[in-house]
Design a protein around this ligand. Structure first.
Ligand code: HEM
Length: 441
């Protein structure tokens, strides 16, 4: 077996950990430039880092049973409980079977009407910013995707609760990412109020969700939302249903996994399109088939818009990395991978791997022309992961992004501020460094 090259910037692992925490994308790029598509690195512990599609295929599909979710994802457990993103083994499989029917095509078709109504209202809201100073696009996209997530999940929710949730989600993410990347700050967080704040945010959120579940069980109503599907779903063999805690975990998981990812994807797309008038013109041409917002059946008649979205998810994959832990000694691509190894799969680098893509840094929707896609190996492009744990919300997200993007581009011009640049700042999702601001015209 061949040894895995090690990426080292000096004798002290803490230095690497600090450099990684400061700018993970740059740091990992240096590793790939120096060592090739797979290397190991010692941060607080050792990771095997890869952008090799054969590795992704082995871990996610061919030998997925030899892996479990990595330690870093487990740090989300206080929030996500034992929901799909976190759980493993038989429990995960049972939950996946229970939740899967909520995302069947007919169900999505039903949820689409809600998405369309919210998008139409969002267009009116954005009208107020036409011709005004540049708008915080990240905040606006978070607004529409969390409105969609909350309403498709829970039905109606009052504005005060919604506002609370927006703020708490962003605080909670910063808190959790800090705990993972800067463990040396843990003692400080215990005394400076950050731990307390996190606990009170979580308690508020839990009481809100349990309240929704309780009221729904009592109401006897069966509206068409994801909560109801979770409440109704039954194990085909045993007839067993989920208890309140499992429903809470799956509902929060869907909310957490499902809104910031799409919001970030949309923000990056609007940023790119602000510099791509030819692509905008082609989207507008396709958008002639609808008036205000597209209908469900019309999405399929807008293949170019779909290509643009897929290219956005290539260049700026919101879920920029996946991690797994090896549960057995095994061999991948000639490398020995001992039991207990942490494998860090960079989707960001897979999608920009110069061995797989021509001119990988350029935004080029032709990468997703039907013929090109047919000739490309499946594991070169994985914005939603792959194998049995592929994103359960993939079709939901693609449909939502296509709806919102087409409606926005048809109605408005988005323009960059003179000289504006944005950097990438990967948290749990791939955010921008200082936010994306654009004029709405
Ligand atoms: C652009 C938007 C989205 C992106 C890029 C994305 C990406 C991903 C990726 C890469 C995974 C696999 C993680 C892994 O294997 O470690 C995943 C899993 C998951 N996603 Fe998404 N996602 C998006 C939207 C959504 C939406 C809208 C929902 C729900 C409404 C959702 C719910 C989930 C869940 C529950 C899992 C865990 C599945 C399992 O392990 O069985 N995601 N997502």
């Amino acid at each position: 077996m061949r040894p895995i090259p090690e990426f080292k910037i000096g004798p002290i692992p803490l230095l690497s950990a600090i450099r990684f925490a400061r700018d993970p994308l740059r740091f990992l790029r240096q590793g790939f430039d120096q060592c090739g598509d797979t290397f190991k690195i010692r941060l607080f512990r050792e990771f095997i880092v890869t952008r090799d599609p054969a590795f992704f295929r082995h871990v996610l599909q061919q030998h997925h049973k030899n892996f479990k979710k990595g330690n870093s994802v487990k740090l989300l457990r206080p929030v996500l409980g034992n929901g799909l993103v976190i759980s493993d083994g038989d429990f995960w499989l049972r939950q996946r079977r229970l939740v899967q029917p909520a995302f069947h095509r007919e169900r999505l078709h039903e949820l689409f009407a809600t998405m369309g109504e919210l998008t139409a209202a969002f267009l009116e809201e954005l009208e107020q910013f036409r011709g005004k100073p540049a708008v915080d696009i990240d905040a606006k996209m978070m607004g529409i995707t969390s409105d969609i997530a909350l309403k498709t999940l829970f039905g109606n929710m009052n504005t005060e609760d919604k506002e609370q949730i927006y703020q708490q989600v962003s605080r909670t993410q910063t808190y959790l990412v800090t705990r993972v990347r800067k463990p040396y700050r843990l003692p400080l967080m215990a005394i400076n109020g950050e731990d307390r704040r996190f606990k009170s945010d979580l308690a508020y959120f839990n009481s809100l969700v349990y309240d929704f579940i309780g009221k729904r069980r009592l109401s006897g109503e069966t509206p068409n939302d994801l909560l109801q599907l979770l409440l109704d779903s039954k194990d085909e063999e045993t007839g067993e249903q989920m208890n309140d805690e499992q429903i809470r975990d799956e509902a929060i998981t869907m909310f957490a996994a499902g809104h910031e990812t799409s919001a970030t994807g949309l923000s990056w797309l609007l940023w790119e399109l602000a510099a791509q008038p030819d692509i905008v013109a082609r989207i507008r041409k396709e958008s002639e088939i609808f008036d205000n917002v597209p209908g469900f059946e019309q999405l399929i008649q807008m293949p170019y818009t779909r290509q643009v979205i897929e290219e956005g998810l290539r260049l700026y994959p919101p879920a920029w990395t996946m991690t797994r832990e090896s549960t057995v000694d095994q061999e991948i691509e000639g490398y020995g991978i001992p039991k207990g190894s942490s494998v860090f799969m960079s989707i960001f680098e897979l999608h920009r791997n110069p061995n797989l893509w021509n001119n990988p840094g350029a935004f080029n929707p032709e990468n997703f022309q039907a013929e090109t896609v047919k000739n490309r190996a499946k594991f070169n492009y994985l914005p939603f992961g792959a194998g049995p744990r592929i994103c359960i919300g993939q079709q939901f997200a693609l449909m939502e992004m296509q709806l919102v993007l087409a409606a926005l581009v048809k109605r408005f011009d988005f323009v960059r501020e003179p000289g504006a640049t944005v950097g990438m700042h990967p948290q749990i999702v791939l955010k921008s460094t200082n936010g994306i601001k654009l004029y709405v015209r």
